[in-house]
Design a protein around this ligand. Sequence first.
Ligand code: FES
Length: 155
Amino acid sequence: MKLTVNGVEHDVDATPEMPLLWVLRDLVGLTGTKYGCGLSQCGACTVHLDGSPVKSCVLPVSAVAGRAVTTIEGLSSDGSHPVQKAWAELDVVQCGYCQSGQIMAAAALLQQVGQPTDQQIDEAMGGNLCRCGTYPRIRAAIHKAAGQNSDGGQA
Ligand code: FES
């Protein structure tokens, strides 16, 4: 089965129903995408499919044939994506486990809404859980990546 990840085509030996998460981690070797719940409940496994966030733990790999998958490794090669830079500058991460999924969800939001409100951020990020409770810093980092102050005003 062929799939395109971060702009590179891969030919993988997977059954059609194998979740994309395990194809990415075990067959393609991209381990930045994390397994949390396996039930579409936590968002740790979030990747982009044609630019939109999806939970890769419940997405059969057959569903991505001919479509573009982007993982945290493909967001930028050197951490220079505006969301990644804001994450580092505001020291968002605590344990870090959920953060690649958080960053992918945030990057997708900013592609859709250039200057999101707190409410839009909370709605877009509601499917991404953080057991360390870094939500205030995540919200502030999204505003920063959008060029806003932490309260959503213009920087
Ligand atoms: Fe996919 Fe939790 S591991 S949503």
